[in-house]
Design a protein around this ligand. Structure first.
Ligand SMILES: [Zn+2]
Length: 143
């Protein structure tokens, strides 16, 4: 990308209607309350840095009641304490958002999402990989 070009980042709420974004946000917070934070910290585990195993990390920020810690060794940002795998599994089976909203959202906004989010991300990824073909790189794909 030339230095004079402006990089445009399109996010989910840029392609959703305001009404749909509000509904999705309401369900998301309801799920946090009913599925993830339904017990007083039970089913949460404290972890060290998942990238390097480092035990030196500090609280960086809190978002939606999740504590994000920054590893002092490798600068990885991670959630700790975090829900157990069993608790995270309940997000997909018990979540109102996943059950009622997610697939409706995907169907309604599929073309906009593909054109404005998926393709630019794939292009950006391929540009980075192709420019690093002769270098040793590490890629972590989550989700
Ligand atoms: Zn680390």
């Amino acid at each position: 990308m030339a230095k004079t070009q402006q990089k445009t980042v399109v996010r989910e709420n840029d392609i959703r209607s305001d009404e749909f974004a509000k509904l999705a946000d309401d369900y998301y917070h309801l799920d946090l309350k009913n599925v993830i934070f339904d017990k007083d910290g039970k089913d949460f585990v404290a972890i060290d840095c998942p990238a390097c195993g480092g035990t030196d990390h500090e609280l960086s920020t809190e978002i939606h009641q999740f504590s994000y810690r920054l590893c002092e060794i490798c600068d990885t940002l991670f959630v700790s304490p975090r829900p157990t795998p069993e608790k995270l599994g309940r997000w997909y089976t018990d979540s109102e958002y996943v059950g009622k909203i997610r697939f409706q959202n995907l169907a309604q906004h599929r073309d906009q999402r593909y054109a404005n989010i998926v393709l630019p991300r794939i292009s950006s990824f391929l540009e980075k990989v192709s420019s690093s073909l002769n270098k040793s790189i590490t890629i972590l794909d989550i989700g």
